[in-house]
Design a protein. Structure first.
Length: 328
C-alpha cells in the first residue's frame, strides 16, 4: 500500500446501529494476512508523531494514534523496512483501543487475504463495523459491500442498504451508486425507481460513469423520472466519453431510431462500432446495419461475421438471424 501519515481520522461520536450476530460469534485472531492497498479518504489534522523513533516510543507507551502511525510506517516502508506482520500487529493494538482508522485497516487484512482460504468476511465486517459506528465513511461503505457481496452468513441486503445510506449521505459516490442499484433491484428494500434515480443522480454529479449510464437509461425509458431523451443523451454521452460500452450502445440506438435527435444511421454505426468490443448487442445491431445498408454499404459477409461474433457470446437474436439467412 501507499499511504500517507495523515490518512486517517478519529471521530469520537458513536452512531447507533444494529447487532452483527454473525461476527460477534467469532473470536478475533491475533494474526491476520497481508494488506492489499486499502484507501482511506478521511484525514486527521494532528498526527501525534513524525518519525519512527517518536512513533515507537509513543506506541509502546500505549498511544493508539501512534500505534496506528507506526503501523502505517511499517505498511509503507516509510523510514523503516516494509513489514506486513509488524504493520498488522500495530494496527491491531490501536484497533483494540477503539481507534477507528486502525479498526478499518485491521478489518482490511481479513477481506484482502491473498488466498480464499484465508479470507474471513465475518472478521472484516466485525472490524469495519467498529470503525463505521464511529463515523468512518470508508468503513461504512466497505461494511455495506461485505453485507451485499459477502459469503456464508455475512450476506445481508438490509444491512447493506443501511450502511450504504450512511456513506451515501456523507457524499461517498460509490455508496450513492450502489444504493441506487439496491433500490432499482429491490435488494434489501422495496423496489423504488424514484429513489434509485435520486441516488444515481447524486453519484453521477460526482462523475460516476456507471451512475451516468444507469440514470441515462432511466431517463430514456421514463423509469423513476419523467421521460426525457435530451437528459438521456447528455448522460449517455458523458458515460460514453469514458468508454462505457453500454452507454455507447444506447447512443447508437437513439441515433438509429431518432430518439431525441435527428435520425442518423452514420452516427448510429459509429457508436455501435465503439461499443462492439464490450457489448454483444452492439455487434448484433451493427450486423443489421450492414445487412440493411444503413449508414454503411450493404455487405452480407460483414453482417454474417458480426452475427457470428455476437452469437458466440450468447446473443440469441444474432443466432436467430444467422439461421434465417441460412434458410434463404
Amino acid at each position: 500500500m501507499h499511504l500517507t501519515l495523515d490518512s486517517y481520522v478519529f471521530v469520537a461520536l458513536l452512531a447507533p446501529c444494529l447487532l452483527l450476530t454473525a461476527c460477534d460469534q467469532k473470536n478475533v485472531p491475533v494474526q491476520s494476512t497481508a494488506m492489499s492497498n486499502p484507501v482511506v479518504t478521511e484525514k486527521s489534522k494532528v498526527p501525534p508523531c513524525h518519525d519512527i523513533s517518536e512513533c515507537r516510543k509513543l506506541a509502546e507507551q500505549g498511544n493508539a494514534q501512534a500505534q496506528y502511525d507506526l503501523g502505517v510506517m511499517y505498511d509503507n516502508g516509510d523510514g523503516i523496512a516494509q513489514d506486513d506482520t509488524q504493520a498488522t500487529l500495530w494496527y491491531r493494538k490501536a484497533a483494540e483501543q477503539g481507534y477507528a482508522p486502525a479498526q478499518y485497516y485491521f478489518g482490511k487484512t481479513f477481506e484482502s487475504a491473498p488466498l480464499d482460504s484465508e479470507r474471513d468476511d465475518a472478521q472484516a465486517a466485525f472490524w469495519y463495523r467498529k470503525a463505521a459506528e464511529q463515523g468512518l465513511v470508508d468503513a461504512q461503505y466497505d461494511l455495506a459491500e461485505i453485507y451485499e457481496n459477502g459469503v456464508s452468513t455475512v450476506q445481508d441486503y438490509k444491512q447493506a442498504v443501511f450502511w450504504y445510506h450512511k456513506a451515501a449521505e456523507k457524499g461517498h459516490a460509490d455508496a450513492q451508486y450502489n444504493l441506487g442499484n439496491m433500490y432499482e433491484e429491490g435488494k434489501g428494500t422495496d423496489k423504488d425507481n424514484t429513489q434509485a434515480a435520486f441516488w444515481y443522480g447524486k453519484a453521477a454529479e460526482q462523475g460516476s460513469v456507471s451512475a451516468q449510464y444507469r440514470l441515462g437509461a432511466m431517463y430514456e425509458k421514463g423509469t423513476g423520472v419523467t421521460q426525457d431523451y435530451n437528459q438521456a443523451l447528455s448522460l449517455f454521452r458523458k458515460a460514453a466519453d469514458h468508454d462505457n460500452s453500454d452507454a455507447q450502445y444506447n447512443l447508437g440506438v437513439m441515433y438509429e431510431y431518432g430518439k431525441g435527435v435527428t435520425q442518423d444511421y452514420a452516427q448510429a454505426v459509429a457508436w455501435y462500432r465503439k461499443a462492439e468490443k464490450g457489448n454483444i448487442n452492439a455487434q448484433y445491431r451493427l450486423g443489421l446495419m450492414y445487412l440493411n445498408g444503413h449508414g454503411v454499404n450493404q455487405d452480407n459477409a460483414q453482417a454474417i461475421s458480426l452475427f457470428r461474433s455476437a452469437a458466440e457470446v450468447g446473443n440469441a437474436d444474432a443466432r436467430k438471424k444467422l439461421d434465417e439467412m441460412k434458410a434463404q
